[in-house]
Structures are given as structure tokens and as C-alpha cells.
Write a protein that binds this ligand. Sequence first.
Ligand code: SAM
Ligand code: DTB
Ligand code: SF4
Length: 321
Amino acid sequence: MNALDIEGVRHDWTRAEVLALFDRPLMDLLFEAQAVHRRFHTANEVQLSQLLSIKTGGCAEDCAYCPQAQKFAAETGLKASKLMGLDAVLEAARAAKAAGASRFCMGAAWTRPKDRDLDDIVEMVEGVGALGLQTCMTLGMLEDYQAKRLADAGLDYYNHNLDTSPEYYRDIITTRTFEERLETLENVRSAGINVCSGGIVGMGESRTDRAGMIVALATLPQHPQSVPINRLVRVKGTPLAEVKEIDGLEFVRTIAVARITMPRSVVRLSAGRETMSDELQALCFMAGAASIFRGEKLLTTANPGEDRDRALFEKLGLSPA
Ligand code: SAM
Ligand code: DTB
Ligand code: SF4
């Protein structure tokens, strides 16, 4: 008998168990994932978030997937910009709400926010929240006192991804450690902010790495309330630009395994939809994904626009939430 917490959720998943889920016949895996989904969530409902890059490029970290790292700027050609002003952020948030987004996620290409930046960030959280949107920030590493400030400002979610397995991590990022990521998650959790944490699939990692990433998330003291699964967007000029694209069904399996192991979390079909067929996205929803980014842009790369998503939701009988 496995240990269940007070909500009937397991935190003691082993890599062997998670790999066994990955190995199941696809239809069995999808059937269970959808059954788990319906036990804990509303069927056919997909939450819509919208991203805004409030501070783009020039980042000191060396994440091999990321177009915003200064290290790759000569090859990607991405121009760095300063932190956006409050008015422009609120204008974008108003437009996102009018277009149907329920959450507004603001991302900055920082290693960590400076304390003086946080004054501006707090105003953004308060302003966006006052519009009736849920707020999410992703600003890099966070100290505990910084997390408390954001909690006091009313921040609903903080996104900080584990990105990949602890073992594969050092092939992807050398400028900060996996353990530091866990510390930021602990600071966010202790401040009472909802945690949004997941990773990227398709960076040349093995299935064992994908299982390792899910185990790292599913054995946290509390599962992240939100688990974004990104398919790598292969950006020209980054070290991962030429990596082989991951098989679509392996991506679907990763979503299903996240769904089954963290039943109360909302699993998010995040980056990578631009190059997915309607059929592949449909399988991701069958596997339990229940949230997407709407709008034509993620942070710096393209996302399916309004028209394509409206047609997709209609075809699949999905309702936005
Ligand atoms: N700089 C902050 C940080 O890294 O924590 C916040 C912004 S960062 C762009 C947020 C997340 O976006 C990364 O952790 C990564 O998971 C995801 N991401 C970045 N580039 C991506 C890409 N090319 N494809 C898929 N996901 C990507
Ligand atoms: C997450 O897991 N995915 C989002 C969000 N959290 C911040 C970011 C995706 C970025 C994709 C590459 C880009 O547009 O720059
Ligand atoms: Fe910087 Fe975040 Fe990109 Fe890494 S993922 S290079 S920390 S912006």
C-alpha cells in the first residue's frame, strides 16, 4: 500500500513506477489519464492564460533552450529590452482579459529580481489583479522575503520550472543548480503562493530523464498546483536549435504520466503548440492537459493565434475557462 496524503494524493512515486506508466500501451495510459482527470477536474474545460514578456533578453543564465540568454544573442539576434512600464503592462492585460484569458503570466529574463525591481513588479501584480485576472510571475530565483512581498501583493501563481531530470539538468544549464530551483519552489510554497512548475520535453533527453523530471515534481512536499509541460521550441541560434524533434506520442505520454501522478494539479499544454497538428493537441487534451497559452506570442516565439484556437475548441467541443 502506498502512502496517501490527506487529499488522497501520493508523494512517494519512484522512477521505476513512473517508467512503468510510460511503458504502458498508449490506449491504457490515455484511458487512465482521462479517468483520473475526470475524477478531479471538469471534463472538456481548458483554462486560458496569456503570457507577456515584461523584460526581454540579455539574461546572464545559459539555459541551452532559451533565446533570451545573452550568451547566444549574437546567433539569435534577439534584442534585449528594459523592464516594461506599468501602463503598457496593464494595457496588455486588459486586452488579454477582453480576449478571454483568465490568467495573465508575466515573465522576465532575469536570474533573480533585484529588490528595486520588485517595487515595480508589486505594482504590476496589484494592477493586473485589480482587473479581475489571476496573476502569475516568472522572474527567476526568489528569496523567501521576496516571495512574501509578492504574496502580500496578491500574486496568485509563481512559475519556476525544474525543466528536466536532475541528471540531465547539467547538460542544459551550468549557471545555476537544480537544488537552487527546489529552494525557490520552497520559498514560493512557504509564502502561500500557488506553485507553477514543470519542464521541457524534446531537449534530447531520454525517457528515463522525462520520468526523472516527473518524479522530482510528484515527490515535492506539495504537488505544484500547475504543471506546465512545454515541447521545446527550437530557436535558431540556441544550442538546441538542431536537436531532433520529439515524437508527438512520446510528448502525449509525458502529459498523461504527469496527469496520473499529480491528480489534483492542472497540467498545462504550454510552449510548442505552434508546430502541433490539431490531432496531436487533441491527444494532449485526452491525456489530461487542461490549460493552454492563448494569443499569437509566448514570450519571444510564436503561438497559434485566436482563429486557429477558436476553430480547434469548436471542433473538439472544448470550453474555455
Ligand atoms: N528567467 C526566468 C526563469 O528562467 O526562471 C523566467 C522566464 S523563462 C523563459 C521560463 C521558462 O520558459 C523556462 O524555465 C523554460 O521552461 C521555458 N522556456 C524557455 N525557452 C523555451 C523554449 N525554447 N521552448 C520551451 N520552453 C521554453
Ligand atoms: C512555461 O513553462 N512556459 C512559458 C512560461 N512557463 C513562462 C514560457 C515558454 C517560452 C517559450 C519560448 C519563448 O517564447 O521565448
Ligand atoms: Fe534566462 Fe530564464 Fe532564459 Fe534561462 S530560461 S536564459 S534564466 S530567461
